[in-house]
Design a protein around this ligand. Structure first.
Ligand SMILES: CC(C)(COP(=O)(O)OP(=O)(O)OC[C@H]1O[C@@H](n2cnc3c(N)ncnc32)[C@H](O)[C@@H]1OP(=O)(O)O)[C@@H](O)C(=O)NCCC(=O)NCCS
Length: 198
């Protein structure tokens, strides 16, 4: 990224707030990983939050994520319930190509908070953050073609299905699945979300 952008460190939505991880989040993040190990096993198999073995390791992980935020090399945010401060989801934003700029959006919901619209609410705010503060020209999202819940989040946010690669993964049980690619362009964001505020 050519210049260091001045970006917000707290985003509020109707029910939630999003913020980067920070020192001291380790015990909370370790508990998230423990609680969601099975929930994330199928579609987020490699997610490092599942692999954390101790609070100390989780603390190092959140400090690394906080450093990534400071360097603006990746943007991980915890999503919290405004009323209770409970962790409800994670948003990941990763640069694919700053020359475009193209960024990738990813997420997971905490297993105790699925099916309440929290991820769609947070992902919509994340799209606004990406277009308004990171000056994106496009945003991409990739998911397994069996991951109906993830595809629904993308659709509810107004992202367009751009590609479907069939049966490019093989599961331990011998089944195959494919990959879906969603995208949103800057002019589509402006039309759907009512313009750029930043
Ligand atoms: C993919 C994933 C994040 C989707 O989470 P989710 O809870 O289904 O998504 P949302 O928070 O947007 O909730 C949507 C659901 O809440 C329901 N809902 C309930 N109250 C709602 C409200 N007030 N507003 C909006 N939706 C509401 C919606 O009807 C919808 O249910 P439906 O899909 O059965 O129709 C989640 O399944 C997950 O973490 N999976 C494992 C990790 C993963 O796959 N990550 C993505 C990798 S690409």
């Amino acid at each position: 990224m050519d210049s260091h952008r001045n970006i917000p460190t707290r985003i509020e939505t109707e029910r939630l707030y999003l913020r980067p991880y920070r020192a001291g989040d380790g015990p909370m993040y370790y508990a998230v990983g423990q609680r969601n190990r099975d929930h994330l096993a199928r579609y987020e198999t490699e997610n490092f939050v599942r692999m954390l073995d101790s609070e100390a390791e989780a603390e190092q992980a959140v400090q690394d994520l906080a450093a990534g935020w400071e360097e603006q090399s990746s943007f991980f945010m915890g999503v919290f319930d405004k009323r209770t401060d409970e962790f409800v989801a994670q948003i990941y934003i990763g640069p694919m190509n700053w020359d475009v700029p193209e960024l990738e959006l990813g997420f997971f919901v905490d297993c105790d908070h699925e099916g309440r619209g929290y991820v769609t609410e947070a992902a919509r705010a994340a799209l606004r953050f990406i277009f308004e503060h990171l000056d994106a020209h496009r945003v991409s999202l990739h998911c397994d073609d069996g991951n109906v819940r993830s595809a629904r989040v993308a659709e509810r946010c107004g992202m367009r299905l751009e590609g479907h690669v069939r049966e490019n993964k093989k599961w331990p049980d011998g089944d195959f699945s494919g990959s879906l690619s969603f995208g949103m362009l800057r002019h589509e964001f402006e039309a759907l979300y009512g313009g750029i505020d930043a």
